[in-house]
Ligand binder design. Structure first.
Ligand code: PRX
Length: 657
C-alpha cells in the first residue's frame, strides 16, 4: 500500500513536468542526436527520400524519384525494380547474417521457436513455390487469415517474393468478414489455419471459414496450416495442407524483380461507410518508409537490439513494425502468440526479461490496462534490458504516459508516441528519441521528409494552439496509392476536401507554440476502440441485419480504458421490447458479422431516433445522451420529445462491464 502511494506521488510529480529530454545514457549512443536530418529533408524532401531508398537493394535503379504528373496518383521510384522478400531475407543471408534470429516466437502455452533469417528464407522459398504450383503469380491477391504464428510471416513474404499482393485479415475478425474481404479483393487463394488458441481454449477456424465462404469462384486454393489439430474438411482440388504443399515444393525460388510501384498488399480498414476500404500499398515506397522509420524512430541496432511490437500482424502496425521494418533492417524481434494476461498478468514482462527485450512498442489502451492490473506485475521482473518505449494507435493520456515511463521504463527510456495510419504506411509524427524531447500526450513533430499542417474548414493554416483539421502537405513514399478497385472513393475520401497535394487525414489536431502536434481524434464516423479503427456505419449495418431490429445508430462514447467504446441506439420492429436477452443476442450477432471487437459495449433501446426534418440522425445528441451531458441544440429535431425518452432509457441501462 505504501508503495502504491509512493508511486502515485511520483507520477503526480512527473505530470508536473512538461518536457522529457532524452535521458543522457540514451542520447550518448543514439543514432540521431540532432535535427540535421529534419533540416536536410526540408531543403530537399525528394532527394532526402532517395537517399533513404538507396539503403535498399535494387535490381534496377529508378529513373524518376517522385512522379507527380497525375496527382493524387503519386508514383515513387518509377522505373526501379526490387523485391521485398529479397530485401528482408536474401541480402542479410548473403551478408553472413543467416544465423541471426529474426523471430523469437513464443507460443501461448510457453512453446519457443527461434527462427533464423536462413530458416525464414528457406520456408519462404518453398511457400512461394507452393503458391506458384497453384497457378498464383504476380498480381493475384492472396488472403491470409492466421493467428500470431511464424507461418503468417512466411506467408506474407512468400507473396512478396512472387508479387502476389497479400490481403491479411486480423484473426479477431469473424469468418464472415474474411469471406467479404476475399470477395471484395477477388482473392485467388486463402492461407488459413485449422484452429486458433486463446487463453487456454481452442476455436475452429477452417471449418467456420468454410461455412461462411460459400462458393467464390475465384478462390481456387485454400492452404491450411495445422496448428491446434482441430478437425477440418479438406475440399478435393481446392484445399491443401500447408506442410504437404511446402514439402512437395522446390526449395529454390528466385525473388521476382518487381516494379517499385507493384502492389505489395491490400489491407482493409474502416471508413465512414459500411464497406471497409481496401488500402493499397506498393513495393518500393512502402519498404523505404517502413525501413527508415523503423531504424530511426526506434533507434535500432540490429546486431544487439531485441524489438517487440505487441500488435497483431493483421493491422498495419504489425505489417510495418513486426514484419517489414524489422526484417528490412535485419533486426531480431519477439513474436508472441498469446494474450497479455495468459497464463498470468505479468506474461509480457516475463517475456521482456526472458528475451532481453530492448525496445517495446504497444498501444495506450494496453498501458492503461496494465496500469489497472498494478505495478507489481512489471516490478516482479528485471526490465533493465529495455532502453526505448513506444506507443501507437490513439492519443495517450499523460497519466498512462508517466506510468509507462516510470514503471516500465524505470525513468531511463525515452517514450516515442507515434502518430500514423493504415493509409500512411509508416510513422509520420513522433519525436526522434535521441534528438527531441517528448511532451506526454503529444506525438511530437513531423518526421524528416514529412510535412503536416493544421488547417480550418477552408484549408487555411490555423494559428498555433488552435484546433483544426490535420493535413499532410507533400507526398511521402509509404503513402497509400489508391483504394483497391475504388478509385473514386480514394479521390473523394482523401483529396477532394482540399485538393492534391493536401491529404485529408480525418483527425482533429492542434499544433502548440513549440510546433508539437496534439492529435485529438477522428472527425468522421470512425471510432477508435483500443487503437482499433471501427466504422459506425459498419456496426450499424451489422445490427440492422438482425431480424428484430428496425433501426440503429452507433456512436463512439468516451471510455477510460479503451479510449472510445461502441454505444448503439436500437429501435426494434413492431412493438417488440428490448430486454437483456436480446442485448446479449445482438452483441453476439455483431461478433459473428464483424468480430468480437465490434460488439457494442452499451445498447440503449429507443422507440425512435432523433432525426432532423430531412431525416438525418443527429449523432451529436446521441453522444450527449450517452455521455450524460446536457443536450445541445434540439430545435432542428423533427420531434424534440424523442430526447426525453432516450435520456430515460440511457439512465435505465448500464453497460456490459
Ligand atoms: O485517429 C488517429 C489514430 O488512429 C487513426 C489511424 O488508425 P489506423 O489506420 O487503424 O492505424 C492505427 C495504427 C497506425 C489515426 O487517424 N492514431 C494513431 N496513432 C495515434 C493516433 N491518435 C493519436 N496519437 C497517436 N499516436
Amino acid at each position: 500500500m505504501a508503495d502504491d502511494q509512493q508511486l502515485e506521488q511520483e507520477l503526480a510529480a512527473l505530470l508536473e513536468q512538461e518536457w522529457f529530454e532524452p535521458p543522457e545514457g540514451f542520447r550518448a549512443r543514439a543514432r540521431i542526436t540532432d535535427l540535421s536530418e529534419h533540416e536536410a529533408a526540408e531543403r530537399d524532401p525528394v532527394g532526402w527520400w532517395e537517399r533513404q531508398a538507396k539503403e535498399l537493394d535494387w535490381f534496377e535503379p529508378w529513373t524518376t524519384a517522385l512522379d507527380d504528373s497525375e496527382p493524387p496518383f503519386y508514383r515513387w521510384f518509377s522505373g526501379g525494380k526490387l523485391n521485398v522478400s529479397h530485401n528482408c531475407l536474401d541480402r542479410h543471408v548473403a551478408a553472413g547474417l543467416g544465423e541471426r534470429v529474426a523471430f523469437h516466437w513464443h507460443g501461448e502455452e510457453g512453446e519457443k521457436r527461434a527462427i533464423t533469417y536462413a530458416q525464414l528464407l528457406a520456408d519462404v522459398q518453398r511457400c512461394a513455390n507452393a503458391l506458384k504450383a497453384r497457378g498464383i503469380g504476380a498480381g493475384d491477391v492472396v488472403g491470409i487469415y492466421l493467428p500470431m504464428i511464424p507461418e503468417v510471416i512466411v506467408a506474407m513474404l512468400a507473396c512478396t517474393r512472387i508479387g502476389a499482393p497479400h490481403n491479411v485479415v486480423f484473426g479477431g475478425f469473424s469468418a464472415e468478414s474474411v469471406a467479404e474481404r476475399m470477395e471484395f479483393s477477388n482473392a485467388s487463394a486463402l492461407i488459413t489455419v485449422d484452429g486458433a488458441r486463446r487463453k487456454g481454449k481452442t476455436a475452429a477456424v477452417k471449418s467456420t471459414v468454410d461455412a461462411t465462404m460459400g462458393d467464390l469462384s475465384h478462390l481456387e486454393t485454400i492452404l491450411v496450416v495445422r496448428h491446434t489439430g482441430e478437425a477440418c474438411e479438406m475440399r478435393e482440388g481446392r484445399d491443401l495442407w500447408w506442410h504437404d504443399a511446402l514439402q512437395a515444393a522446390d526449395p529454390d525460388c528466385p525473388a521476382e524483380p518487381l516494379d517499385a510501384e507493384h502492389p505489395l498488399f491490400i489491407l482493409y480498414s474502416s471508413g465512414s461507410t459500411a464497406k471497409p476500404k481496401g488500402i493499397q500499398h506498393t513495393t518500393g515506397g512502402y519498404l523505404t518508409g517502413a525501413a527508415w522509420t523503423f531504424r530511426n524512430v526506434f533507434d535500432v541496432r540490429p546486431e544487439s537490439d531485441v524489438f517487440w511490437c505487441t500488435a497483431d500482424v493483421g493491422w498495419i502496425t504489425g505489417h510495418s513494425y513486426i514484419v517489414y521494418g524489422p526484417l528490412a533492417n535485419g533486426a531480431t524481434s519477439v513474436m508472441f502468440e498469446g494474450a497479455p494476461d495468459y497464463p498470468e498478468k505479468d506474461v509480457w514482462w516475463r517475456l521482456c526479461q526472458e528475451y532481453g527485450v530492448t525496445i517495446f512498442y504497444t498501444a495506450p489502451t494496453a498501458i492503461r490496462t496494465c496500469m489497472k492490473w498494478g505495478a507489481e506485475h512489471p516490478q516482479r521482473h528485471d526490465l533493465s534490458s529495455l532502453r526505448l518505449l513506444g506507443t501507437v494507435g490513439e492519443p495517450i493520456n499523460p497519466k498512462a504516459w508517466a506510468w509507462y515511463w516510470r514503471v516500465v521504463g524505470g525513468g531511463r527510456c525515452p517514450v516515442v508516441d507515434t502518430w500514423w495510419q493504415t493509409e500512411t504506411g509508416q510513422i509520420m509524427i513522433t519525436t526522434l528519441p535521441g534528438a527531441q524531447a517528448a511532451k506526454p500526450g503529444s506525438a511530437g513533430t513531423p518526421l524528416p521528409g514529412i510535412a503536416a499542417e493544421v488547417v480550418d474548414n477552408d484549408g487555411r493554416e490555423v494559428q498555433r494552439d488552435v484546433q483544426g483539421l490535420l493535413t499532410l502537405r507533400h507526398p511521402w513514399p509509404g503513402m497509400l496509392r489508391t483504394l483497391y478497385k475504388e478509385r473514386d472513393r480514394y479521390l473523394s475520401g482523401y483529396w477532394e476536401r482540399f485538393g492534391a497535394p493536401t491529404y485529408f487525414v480525418g483527425d482533429a489536431s492542434r499544433q502548440d507554440h513549440d510546433g508539437y502536434f496534439w492529435v485529438i481524434g477522428r472527425v468522421d464516423d470512425v471510432i477508435n476502440v483500443s487503437g482499433h479503427r471501427m466504422s459506425t456505419a459498419e456496426v450499424e449495418s451489422a445490427i440492422v441485419s438482425h431480424p428484430k431490429v428496425a433501426e440503429a445508430a452507433v456512436i463512439g462514447q468516451s471510455d477510460e480504458d479503451t479510449g472510445q467504446s461502441i454505444c448503439a441506439y436500437v429501435t426494434l420492429r413492431g412493438d417488440l421490447e428490448g430486454d437483456q436477452e436480446l442485448e446479449v443476442e445482438l452483441r453476439e450477432h455483431v461478433a459473428r458479422r464483424i468480430g468480437k471487437l465490434a460488439r457494442p459495449r452499451r445498447i440503449i433501446w429507443a422507440s425512435e431516433l432523433p432525426k432532423t426534418r430531412s431525416g438525418k440522425i443527429m449523432r451529436r445528441l446521441l453522444q450527449d445522451v450517452a455521455e450524460g451531458r446536457e443536450l445541445g441544440d434540439v430545435t432542428t429535431l423533427r420531434d424534440p420529445d424523442v430526447m426525453a425518452q432516450l435520456s430515460r432509457s440511457a439512465e435505465a441501462r448500464g453497460d456490459d462491464g
